[in-house]
Design a protein around this ligand. Structure first.
Ligand SMILES: Nc1ncnc2c1ncn2[C@@H]1O[C@H](COP(=O)(O)OP(=O)(O)OP(=O)(O)O)[C@@H](O)[C@H]1O
Ligand SMILES: [Mg+2]
Length: 456
């Protein structure tokens, strides 16, 4: 076997809960913050990065542990209230040219792992050795300096990757073309829409010939056509013999791109091997996961002004909770919420959206209060919202639901996998003919006839 390009040894990362979030600051931004004058000479900047110094010295760079070496042994007993181990004793190797998927439930440590590999954050203990130039695309917001234009950011990123101006010049048009931002190339990226931003960020990360490409969840943003192009580009990068690490909740995308896969669970490697078997293990766990109560979940986004504390499916006649929905059955979804806003005013302009996803992470259906019935005008500060769905249209299978609650235009609460729902075969069309397609799709009401439709 050849020499690995990434070697991760006993990596652990502890975060303090309540400590200031590290946010989106990248090592590039940290460097940029040190300069108050416009930077013309990016070479000067390069010299100042620890990344490059180490890279030049060793052709490898390794993050040094900052805490006591005994921390791993201690952590089993020291899971104190104010600290959380996002990664626990993770070790693996990646060979050059490998495309490796990283999957796991929310909060499993996937982003933390990529942040350590791209030197945005340091491990608490352990080491990540990297024998190549890394380009990463983590959550939207990383990698670019907001004050600089698209053009300047492309050159900055290329320079950090050790490329010469002439090399970046050659790639420039391809990057701008892929990102479809020709018109805005000389606009500061802080003025970009999130779609433009992520398109440019992906184009830069994938085209600037990194030896290792790290991509986190980029497919969640952007339209379907762009998602396809990203997958195509990542597959090209892998075929060119470069190494790709791809974090995603979309199992179909991971399975299609990556022959191998790591499944992280609560900071540990639960499974590592051929993607197909690792994905099956993940899906199996997913179905059996006992959901902790919504009110206690901390893996949520949003400003927290209003929080969803419960979600149930109810029968429309008995109003009893339903364990499994039958295709074609009339159901209510009951959402319980509480407000944490200090103002005593009723809640207004509330919109709730529920997205249904297959176990492979493919989106199939949305329920949205504003689209269907207009946003709620005025709601009590605590209460329940009900959505009525006549003839539940999903085919038999297991689906998970993502919830987004928007109050006055800003996301107040957002939870992935807010609930997992099982749908059993039923008579959606009311014809008495059984439908048992386990295809994780939707039924639509329709009818057939051999008669020419009459014109009114
Ligand atoms: N800067 C931070 N400060 C404190 N805790 C953090 C920080 N970043 C992550 N965590 C915590 O570390 C754990 C792992 O988070 P991480 O973002 O790596 O998970 P993930 O697998 O990427 O999840 P997701 O699928 O939701 O993106 C979580 O419990 C998270 O709340
Ligand atoms: Mg993440």
């Amino acid at each position: 076997m050849s020499k690995p390009i990434i070697k991760v040894e006993n990596l652990s990362k502890r975060y303090r809960i309540g400590a200031k979030q590290e946010g989106y600051k990248t090592f590039r931004e940290a460097i940029m913050d040190g300069f108050k004058v416009p930077i013309r000479n990016f070479r000067r900047l390069r010299k100042l990065t620890r990344f490059d110094e180490e890279f030049a010295k060793h052709k490898e760079h390794s993050a040094r542990p900052t805490a006591l070496p005994h921390a791993v042994a201690a952590m089993a007993s020291s899971q104190s209230d104010d600290a959380i181990w996002a990664l626990k004793d993770v070790s693996f190797e990646v060979q050059p040219g490998e495309a490796l998927g990283i999957i796991g439930h929310n909060g499993a440590g996937k982003t933390t792992l990529l942040k350590i590999l791209s030197r945005i954050t340091e491990p608490t203990t352990g080491e990540a050795k990297i024998y190549g130039r890394v380009s990463s695309l983590l959550e939207v917001g990383t990698g670019f300096h907001p004050e600089l234009t698209g053009r300047e950011n492309i050159y900055l990123n290329g320079t950090i990757l050790g490329m010469r101006k002439a090399e970046i010049d050659r790639k420039f048009d391809e990057i701008v073309g892929f990102a479809e931002i020709e018109k805005f190339i000389d606009t500061p990226v802080k003025r970009y829409s999130s779609g433009m931003y992520v398109r440019l960020a992906f184009a830069v990360a994938a085209h600037l010939e990194p030896e290792i490409l790290l991509v986190d969840e980029v497919l969640a943003v952007g339209d379907v056509a762009f998602q396809k192009r990203c997958l195509g580009k990542m597959s090209d990068v892998a075929k060119e013999g470069r190494t790709v690490l791809f974090v995603s909740h979309n199992m179909a995308a991971v399975g299609g791109l990556c022959p191998g896969c790591i499944y992280l669970k609560e900071g540990c490697i639960k499974d590592f091997g051929p993607a197909n078997s690792v994905i099956l293990q993940y899906i199996g766990d997913f179905k059996s996961t006992k959901q902790i109560s919504l009110a206690e979940r901390t893996d949520r986004r949003g400003d927290g002004r209003v929080r969803v504390t419960g979600l149930r499916f109810l029968d429309t006649i008995t109003h009893r909770p339903i364990e499994s929905i039958i295709s074609g059955q009339d159901v209510y979804i009951e959402v319980t919420y509480e407000s944490y806003d200090s103002s005593p005013a009723p809640l207004n302009r509330v919109n709730i959206g529920l997205g249904f996803f297959t176990t492979l992470g493919q989106f199939v259906m949305v329920l949205n209060s504003e689209m269907a019935s207009r946003a709620f005008g005025s709601l009590p500060r605590e209460g329940r919202m009900y959505c009525r769905i006549p003839r539940f249209p999903l085919m038999p299978g297991v689906f998970h639901i993502k919830l987004t609650l928007v109050v006055r235009g800003a996301i107040a609460d957002q939870l992935e996998n807010v609930s997992v729902v099982n749908v059993d075969a039923g008579d959606f069309f009311g014809t008495g003919i059984p439908n048992d397609y386990r295809r994780q799709g939707v039924y639509v009401p329709h009818s057939w006839s051999a008669e020419t439709p009459s014109v009114y």
